[in-house]
Design a binder for this molecule. Structure first.
Ligand SMILES: CC(=O)SCCNC(=O)CCNC(=O)[C@H](O)C(C)(C)COP(=O)(O)OP(=O)(O)OC[C@H]1O[C@@H](n2cnc3c(N)ncnc32)[C@H](O)[C@@H]1OP(=O)(O)O
Ligand SMILES: N[C@@H](CCO)C(=O)O
Length: 491
C-alpha cells in the first residue's frame, strides 16, 4: 500500500457565540475551537472521523502547515493509505476547550474584561471538552461520526463521546487510556501543578505580557515526561551514559544524558505550551471518572458504538489493566468490543510512536464492515398461522420480497419470499405454515459482511434475517444493500 501525506493544511476556527454552561455549573460567554480537516466529507456525511488529542496536543494532527518541514503530531497514522485513510475518511481534529492552540482557554481574552482569563477561567472537564466538539460536529452538519479516535486523554474523550452521545458515533478507538483517573495519575498531575503554582512568575495565573512561569512549567513537563517513557526505553536510549563529559562531576551540574534530555524536553515545552492550560487540562484529567455507583459497567451501560481498545505493554501510567477494565465493562454491557495490547518498550508514548502496529490494528478495525453497519432495522414480520392471502397482501402493499415469520413468542420460525407466495397461489395452498421455509439461513449483527455475503451466495438467497441470541429478528440484510456497499468507495 502506498502511504502518502495529507498535504498542506490550514487551521480553521469555529466560533460559537452563545453562553455555554459547563459541568461545574459555571458559564463560558462564548467559544472558539481551532480545528483542521483532511480528506473529503462524502455526500451522505457518513465518513467523518474525529481525532481527540492528548494533554499537550493540538488541532494539527497530520499534513504540513505551509512552509513547515515537520508534519502534524499523528501524521504517521493519518493520510492516504494509512489507518485513518484520507482517501476514504474525512478526518477532523480540534484543539480542546481549555487548550492554548487556538481554542478558548485560560490564555484567551475574556470578552467581559478585555483581558486574558488567567486563573478566572472556569474549571473544565473532559465532558465539557466533548460537548464543545459536539457543537463543532453539528456545525459541520454531521449527525453521526463514523469513528472517534484518541490516545491518552484523547481516549478519555472518546469514551466520554460514547457515553454523552451514544448514537453520535459508530466506532470508538480508545488507546492507552482509562475509564477513570487513578490516585497515582492524580498524584503526578498534582506534582506538575505544584511546580507551576510555586513558580513566583505564575503570579496567581496573571502573567500574560509579563515574565512567564517557565521554570515551573518545565519542571511539570519533566515529571510528566518520565511517566510517558518506560524503564526499558530509558535504558535503551540513555543507559548511564554521561552528557558531554568523560567522568562524573561530583557536583550538581548535569552528569547524565537522561538529565540533559529531560531539561531539553522541559525547555522546549515552555516554548509551545501555556502554564495555565497545563493546570486546567490536568485538572480535567483528574476529574475524569466514568464509573457510576462505583461501577464502570454501570457507567458505560448506555453505549452503542463498536469499540477497539488498545493498551501498551510497557505503559505504567495508564497500565493495560485499566484498558482491560474498560473491556470487561463493555463486555458486560454486550457492546461490540475488540481489544489489543501493543507490544512495545516505548511506554505510554507508544501511542504516538508505534505507527506500524497502530496502522495495522486501527486500519483493520476502521475498514471492517459488519452486518450491523448495513442491515435494515425496520423489519416487517408476520405471525405464524396467517393465511397466504393476508401475507400476499402485506407483501404487495409494503413492496416486500422477504418476510420473516415469527412464532407466538416472537422468535424466528421461518421465512417466506414473494416467489414462495407466487408458487403457493398457483398450487392453491391456504396457510403460510404450509409453504414457508423453516430452515432459515440467518446472520448476526457482528458477523463480517464478507462472511454474510458468502453465505447468501452459497445458498443462492438474496436476504438474511439478522437475529440476536434469543432468536429475535433485529434486522434484515439484502444482497442489494451489499452490492451498494461494494460499489461505493466511502463507508
Ligand atoms: C497527542 C499529543 O500528545 S501531541 C504532543 C506530542 N508531542 C509531544 O508530546 C512532544 C514531546 N515529545 C514527546 O512526547 C516524545 O518525545 C515524542 C513521543 C513526541 C517523540 O519521541 P521520540 O521520537 O522518541 O523523540 P525523543 O523522545 O527521543 O526526543 C527527541 C528530542 O530530544 C533531544 N535529545 C535527545 N537526547 C538528548 C540529550 N541527551 N540531551 C538533550 N536533548 C536530547 C533530541 O535532540 C530531540 O530534540 P527535538 O525534539 O527538539 O528535535
Ligand atoms: N506526549 C503526550 C503524553 C500525554 O498523553 C502529550 O504530551 O500529550
Amino acid at each position: 500500500m502506498i502511504k502518502g501525506s495529507a498535504g498542506i493544511v490550514k487551521t480553521q476556527e469555529y466560533h460559537y457565540s452563545s453562553p455555554i454552561v459547563l459541568e461545574s455549573g459555571e458559564t463560558l460567554p462564548s467559544l472558539t475551537l481551532a480545528y483542521e480537516t483532511y480528506g473529503k466529507l462524502n455526500r451522505e456525511k457518513s465518513n467523518a472521523i474525529l481525532v481527540c488529542h492528548a494533554l499537550s496536543g493540538d488541532a494539527h494532527v497530520a499534513g504540513f502547515h505551509e512552509g513547515d518541514t515537520k508534519p502534524g503530531w499523528w501524521d504517521s497514522v493519518i493520510g492516504p493509505g494509512k489507518a485513518l485513510d484520507t482517501d476514504r475518511y474525512f478526518v477532523i481534529c480540534s484543539n480542546v476547550l481549555g487548550g492554548c492552540k487556538g481554542s478558548t482557554g485560560p490564555s484567551s481574552i475574556n470578552p467581559e474584561t478585555g483581558k486574558p482569563f488567567g486563573a478566572k477561567f472556569p474549571v473544565i472537564t473532559i465532558r465539557d471538552m466533548v460537548n464543545a466538539q459536539k457543537l463543532l460536529i453539528d456545525h459541520l452538519g454531521i449527525s453521526q461520526l463514523y469513528a472517534v479516535v484518541g490516545g491518552s486523554m484523547g481516549g478519555m474523550q472518546v469514551l466520554q463521546w460514547t457515553v454523552s452521545y451514544p448514537d453520535a458515533t459508530r466506532k470508538a478507538v480508545v488507546i492507552a487510556a482509562t475509564g477513570y483517573s487513578t490516585p497515582q495519575q492524580i498524584a503526578f498531575n498534582e506534582v506538575g501543578r505544584k511546580a507551576i503554582i510555586s513558580d513566583p512568575h505564575w503570579n496567581g495565573g496573571d502573567y500574560y505580557g509579563k515574565t512567564l512561569p517557565t521554570h515551573g512549567l518545565a519542571l511539570a513537563r519533566m515529571v510528566g515526561h518520565i511517566t510517558y517513557l518506560s524503564n526499558e526505553s530509558m535504558h535503551e536510549k540513555f543507559g548511564r551514559a554521561l552528557q558531554g563529559k568523560d567522568r562524573i562531576g561530583f557536583d550538581f551540574s548535569t552528569d547524565f544524558k537522561i538529565e540533559s534530555y529531560l531539561h531539553h524536553q522541559g525547555d522546549t515545552f515552555t516554548r509551545r505550551f501555556d502554564a495555565n492550560s497545563y493546570l486546567y487540562i490536568t485538572k480535567a484529567i483528574d476529574y475524569f471518572d466514568l464509573t457510576k455507583d462505583g461501577s464502570l459497567t454501570t457507567g458505560l451501560a448506555g453505549v452503542n458504538a463498536a469499540f477497539l481498545v488498545i493498551s501498551v505493554s510497557s505503559d505504567w501510567l495508564y497500565p493495560p489493566y485499566q484498558s482491560q477494565e474498560i473491556v470487561s465493562a463493555l463486555t458486560a454491557n454486550d457492546a461490540e468490543i475488540h481489544y489489543c495490547e501493543i507490544r512495545s518498550n516505548y511506554g505510554h508514548d507508544a501511542f504516538l510512536l508505534e505507527s506500524g502496529q497502530l496502522n495495522y490494528i486501527v486500519g483493520r478495525f476502521l475498514s471492517r464492515t459488519v452486518v450491523r453497519d448495513v442491515m435494515i432495522t425496520d423489519v416487517h414480520t408476520i405471525e405464524e398461522g396467517t393465511t397466504i392471502a393476508v401475507t400476499a397482501r402485506r407483501m404487495v402493499n409494503q413492496g416486500l420480497n422477504h418476510l420473516p415469520v415469527l412464532s407466538a413468542n416472537g422468535q424466528l420460525a421461518g421465512i417466506v419470499t414473494s416467489w414462495d407466495i407466487a408458487k403457493a397461489v398457483a398450487s392453491n395452498f391456504l396457510w403460510l405454515d404450509e409453504i414457508m421455509s423453516r430452515d432459515v439461513v440467518t446472520t448476526t449483527p457482528d458477523e463480517p459482511i464478507e462472511a454474510a455475503a458468502k453465505r447468501m451466495e452459497e445458498h443462492a438467497i438474496s436476504a438474511l434475517p439478522v437475529i440476536d441470541e434469543e432468536q429475535h429478528v433485529i434486522g434484515l440484510i439484502t444482497a442489494d444493500a451489499i452490492s451498494v456497499l461494494v460499489g461505493r468507495a466511502n463507508p
